[in-house]
Ligand binder design. Structure first.
Ligand code: GRF
Length: 194
C-alpha cells in the first residue's frame, strides 16, 4: 500500500502536541487524488493526545518524542525523518520551538499554521490579545518556518471578522474552522507553486 502511494505522492510528516484537528484536515486532503502528499508519519511531544489517537485509527506511523533534552529529542526526530524519507514537515499545533540547526537541515521544507494574521500577534494567547486590543479582524496564516518564531515567509492567510459578541473562545472556534480549510490549500500552493 505505502509503496503504491509513495510512487506518486510526497512523504510528509505532521508534528502535533494536542487535539489534531489540523492533522485531520491535512490527512483528509492527502487521501484525495489531487493531493501531492501523503501523511507518512506523525510526531508528537505528548502521549495520548487527540492527534495520536487519530493517527492510530488511520494506521499512520506515529512516534512520541519527549523533549526532556531538546538536542537529543531533535536528533531522534531527525533520524526518524531520514529513515522515512520525509520531504515536507507540517507543524500543526506543535508546541515546541525547533532549533535553528534543525530548521537549517529542512530549510524551506517546514511549514506552520498560526492563528493570527501574521506578522501581527506572534506567539501564544493570540485570541486573548486580539480581543483585548479590540481588533476588527483576525485570522490564520500558514508560513514557512525560519529561525525566528512565527516569522517565516507567508504562504497563505485567511481573514476572519470579529463580532462585538466574540470572545477569545468563540474567536478561536471560528478561526479553527478556517485553519482546517487553509492548511490543505497552503500545501497545495507550496507544492504546485501556484
Ligand atoms: C491551532 O489553533 C494552531 O493554529 C495552533 O495550535 C492549534 C492546534 O490545533 N498553532 P489542532 O491541534 O490542530 O486542533
Amino acid at each position: 500500500m505505502e509503496k503504491l502511494i509513495g510512487k506518486n505522492k510526497i512523504p510528509c510528516a505532521v508534528f502535533i502536541s494536542g487535539r489534531g484537528s489540523n492533522l485531520k484536515s491535512i490527512y483528509n486532503y492527502s487521501i484525495k487524488k489531487i493531493s501531492k502528499i501523503y501523511v507518512k508519519l506523525v510526531i508528537s511531544n505528548k502521549y495520548n493526545v487527540g492527534g495520536i489517537k487519530f493517527a492510530k485509527t488511520k494506521k499512520i506511523k506515529n512516534k512520541i518524542i519527549i523533549f526532556k533534552n531538546k538536542n537529543k529529542a531533535e536528533q531522534q526526530i531527525l533520524e526518524i525523518l531520514k529513515k522515512n524519507n520525509i520531504k515536507l514537515i507540517c507543524l500543526a499545533g506543535f508546541m515546541k520551538i525547533l532549533s535553528k540547526n534543525f530548521i537549517k537541515i529542512y530549510n524551506g521544507k517546514i511549514i506552520n499554521i498560526h492563528p493570527s494574521l501574521l506578522p501581527k500577534y506572534k506567539g501564544l494567547n493570540t485570541h486573548e490579545r486580539v480581543i483585548k486590543n479590540e481588533e476588527k479582524y483576525s485570522g490564520c496564516t500558514v508560513h514557512f518556518v525560519n529561525g525566528e518564531l512565527d516569522s517565516g515567509k507567508i504562504i497563505i492567510q485567511k481573514k476572519v471578522k470579529i463580532l462585538k459578541s466574540d470572545n477569545a473562545k468563540t474567536l478561536a472556534k471560528k478561526i479553527l474552522i478556517e485553519e482546517n480549510k487553509l492548511y490543505p490549500k497552503a500545501i497545495n500552493k507550496v507544492l504546485f507553486k501556484t
